[in-house]
Unconditional design. Structure first.
Length: 520
């Protein structure tokens, strides 16, 4: 006889090596029995890099257990079969960039079949930058000393992966009391629970003794998550030893350095404005060559694909500069690549590439190369939303020739007080001295004695990233990494100087249907 007695599901996370793009198992969730709507508790702890495209793959596997035959009354022979339930691909940036850092995706992988939905939630472990200030008091402490009072102190332990405990804090001794109030103390969250909010924190209560043989009064366990509820009935801990006593949390204050992700998860959109197609000079022989075309397209794709994860609608205005436009041959330094000035938005980075290729066919590339108009164009958008709800990233891909250096510097100084950053990728063999000056990493850029309020420009020369072995995937990933590395800090410098606080994350989500649910 053969019948199905039980089934279980598990979610397996795969990540990709940066160079070879090979999928490797990163980890798996716990196995959940007998439901097709598992809500996994298991978490994956990943390092997040804004400037990298971190591809993820989630595979769902179903296990069936078949009872093959009865061996005797108690024992049966079981056969396990595996089935593939579906999979989902995304990037870590996509999850983080979604509202509330919560991404919902349809599962695919089985042609012609609806496989369900995955919900992935990301949460930043604040282990490096978060500290908590806590204060405890005790009541009804056991009389331990001859004189009828105690000298109590608390010892905090963090639990380790292997189940052992490491001491992480000792309070002072409060002498001669039955109702001690210990001083508030500050402890890094990393020391308290290794940044894991659900990890057990063990607290032991002792009675101090002059000779060092402190008497153990009792102990209790809690976690960061429980403690973060602050003073309440849930944070009164009964310590059961020979008598009953209470340790009460009086206050719990988180001291946190705000990061880029705090703003992103509050629902902020980063709007990249792409600018492509420097016209090079009319004399440039390389421009229309397949190689050069590739260079522009490759740089745009490498950087654009990372940034687009943070844009909610993925519509990018794309502008060209330095060309004669049809029908009258007017020279323009800010024209819509898609030929529609009222609506220069392109759908996704693919749409921008398409518009770029089309525009090469219709416009006549023409010098001089002015940067200032296009910077001012984006600055006008940025100036209209200064409340921190949007941040603009202008991507300029250029051969490095610049005809309006003085105005460009002034435009950058002007823009340095706006929510925007400028990324410049230099292509071709030219000298990029002017671009390095605009970058301002060494000397803060200034114009007529006025200095930029903050550094908003990042420049990289494309040729430094050409891989002689032809591994474009790796070289473009490196390019994007270097070009985007400064964006989170530039973004934060704007928010901090303006005193803009992150919006609170949207309330926790309760699924309407019953989709497959996992957590990072
Ligand atoms: C910079 O801002 C000033 C004051 O708003 C403006 O007059 C000037 O034209 C701007 N410079 C450029 C190059 O756009």
């Amino acid at each position: 006889m053969l019948y199905m007695s039980l089934f279980s599901t598990v979610c397996v996370l795969y990540t990709q090596g940066m160079g070879n793009k090979e999928w490797r198992e990163f980890g798996r969730t716990e196995v959940i029995d007998n439901t097709l709507n598992p809500d996994f508790v298991g978490k994956f702890i990943l390092d997040y890099f804004f400037e990298e495209r971190q591809n993820l793959r989630f595979d769902f596997i179903l296990y069936f257990f078949f009872c093959v035959s009865y061996l005797n009354d108690k024992n049966v022979l079981l056969l396990t079969l595996q089935d593939f339930l579906g999979q989902a691909y995304c990037t870590l940036g996509e999850v983080v960039g979604s509202l509330g850092s919560r991404l919902e995706k349809a599962l695919g992988g089985i042609p012609g079949k609806k496989c369900g939905t995955i919900i992935v939630k990301a949460e930043e472990l604040n282990n490096c930058r978060e500290s908590v200030m806590m204060q405890f008091c005790g009541n009804k402490l056991d009389k331990k000393d001859f004189f009828g009072k105690s000298d109590p102190f608390l010892v905090f332990y963090r639990s380790n992966e292997d189940g052992t405990f490491t001491i992480c804090h000792k309070t002072e001794v409060v002498k001669n009391t039955l109702n001690p109030v210990w001083q508030a103390f500050k402890i890094p969250v990393r020391a308290l629970c290794n940044g894991d909010y659900d990890r057990t924190i063990k607290v032991e209560v002792y009675d101090w003794d002059r000779d060092g043989s402190h008497d153990f009064i009792g102990e209790f366990s809690t976690s960061y998550r429980e403690l973060s509820g602050g003073q309440s009935q849930f944070n009164v801990y009964e310590v059961r030893s020979c008598v009953l006593l209470d340790v009460t949390l009086l206050s719990f204050l988180v001291d946190i350095e705000v990061t880029f992700l705090d703003y992103i998860k509050g629902g902020l959109c980063v709007f990249p404005l792409s600018q492509t197609g420097n016209p090079a000079q009319p004399t440039s022989l390389h421009y229309m060559s397949p190689y050069q075309l590739n260079t522009y397209a490759m740089a745009l794709k490498a950087v654009g694909e990372i940034i687009q994860d943070y844009d909610s609608d993925k519509m990018f205005p794309a502008l060209g500069f330095g060309a004669k436009l049809p029908p009258d041959g007017r020279v323009s330094h800010e024209f819509a690549l898609n030929g529609s000035p009222q609506n220069p938005y392109c759908a996704g980075i693919d749409g921008v590439m398409e518009a770029y290729y089309q525009s090469l066919k219709s416009v006549q590339l023409y010098g001089p190369t002015n940067f200032s108009p296009v910077i001012n164009h984006v600055a006008r958008y940025a100036a209209s939303v200064k409340d921190g709800s949007q941040y603009f990233v202008l991507l300029i891909i250029t051969d490095g020739v610049i005809s309006d250096m003085a105005q460009t510097k002034e435009s950058i100084v002007n823009a340095s007080c706006l929510p925007m950053s400028i990324i410049i990728v230099g292509v071709g063999p030219a000298e990029f001295d002017a671009m390095i000056e605009l970058d301002g990493d060494e000397v803060r850029i200034s114009s007529r004695g006025r200095y930029a309020e903050r550094d908003i420009v990042q420049f990289v020369p494309f040729r430094d990233y050409i891989d002689r072995t032809g591994n474009h995937i790796l070289s473009m990933a490196r390019l994007a990494k270097d070009v985007l590395a400064e964006i989170p800090d530039q973004f934060l410098s704007y928010m901090r100087t303006r005193g803009i606080k992150p919006l609170p994350a949207p309330p926790p989500y309760t699924p309407p249907g019953q989709p497959i649910h996992t957590q990072i």
